[in-house]
Design a protein around this ligand. Structure first.
Ligand code: ATR
Length: 293
């Protein structure tokens, strides 16, 4: 049954952020709602920073069931919520909101979605040396969950944002059984840390469409034995992942994290297991069409 055929039971979910030009989340979630016959709709809402507070009042007033939250609101949303899941609190960022009778609770499914793709490949972070590129919002989610699972982290950020990386490493070192390091992202440091690393994660948007010819890692530093996880999902195979594959490294595409964070949010809103294959097919179809444009 299509959502539109079940208007008496319609619930609304959506995504708030700005800008929202390329988001695949509505495609993914609406395909999932339709396939399970759940009378929900998922819509993108372009909300600028100055409109965030009013948007959240609207969520309460209109009884919108749930939201995903993206740039630039993942941190700013926190004081506007009633409750916070402990993981989201630790990370200091929210990407999913559930509205239960006017009580808004914030979660971070980015972190768990990221981790799930590793665990499903039987890759356990515990004791692994992991190099994380970037120190922004996405890196906070990824770095916290990896540290919580006992990884040794080295966070690399370009010089202008090195302070952010140092602050992140400092916060992580307080909660984690192991110390996290922060270094400037340059060739020399990359060379040094990648020689020892088990896993490399790109949390920056470098390589994302339309800048598909960009990568932060020189191809000659990639090698067999390394696992390369790029959280960029558009294109599905980024330059970093292609070069990693060519060098004999194992790769994990960002689409896996996108699908898993979406599936976790779907379950929080609906109480149902997400049909992840349906979501994957819809997302891939959309991304292939996007790449042709
Ligand atoms: P997100 O929420 O997607 O993580 P963000 O918070 O803006 O976005 O963080 C983006 C990260 O990618 C930052 O670490 C940023 O570096 P700065 O802290 O110096 O801004 C990094 N980044 C963005 N563009 C980059 C580039 N061209 N080269 C290297 N790092 C880049």
């Amino acid at each position: 049954m299509k959502a539109s055929e079940n208007s008496a039971k319609i619930g609304l979910c959506g995504l708030i952020g700005y800008p929202l030009g390329y988001t695949v989340s509505p495609i993914m979630h609406n395909a999932a709602f339709e396939s399970l016959g759940i009378g929900y709709l998922y819509l993108p809402f372009k909300v600028r920073a100055e409109g965030l507070k009013r948007a959240i009042e609207g969520v309460r007033a209109l009884n919108i069931r749930g939201l995903n939250v993206t740039t630039p609101h993942k941190v700013a949303i926190i004081p506007l919520l009633d409750e916070l899941d402990p993981l989201a609190e630790k990370i200091g960022a929210v990407n999913t909101i559930v509205n239960s009778g006017g009580i808004l609770k914030g979660y971070n499914t980015d972190a768990e979605g990221f981790l799930k793709a590793l665990l499903e490949r039987s890759i356990k972070p515990e004791g692994k040396s992991i190099v994380v590129l970037g120190a922004g919002g996405a890196s906070h989610a990824v770095s916290f969950i990896l540290a919580q699972r006992g990884a040794n982290l080295c966070i690399l950020n370009r010089l202008q944002g090195l302070k952010r990386a140092k602050e992140l490493a400092g916060r992580i070192s307080k909660i984690s059984p192991r110390k996290a390091r922060a270094l400037e992202l340059n060739r020399e440091n990359l060379n040094g840390v990648l020689a020892e690393a088990d896993i490399l994660v790109n949390t920056t948007k470098v390589g994302m469409s339309p800048s598909i010819d960009e990568t932060l890692v020189p191809a000659e530093l990639l090698r067999p034995g390394l696992i390369v996880y790029d959280i960029v999902y558009n294109p599905v195979r980024t330059k970093l992942l292609s070069e990693a594959e060519a060098a004999g490294a194992k790769t994990i595409p960002g689409l896996e994290m996108l699908l898993r964070q979406g599936a976790l949010a779907f379950k929080l809103w609906t109480g149902r297991e997400a049909p992840i294959e349906v979501m994957q097919q819809a997302a891939i179809k959309w991304l292939e069409e996007y790449e042709k444009k």
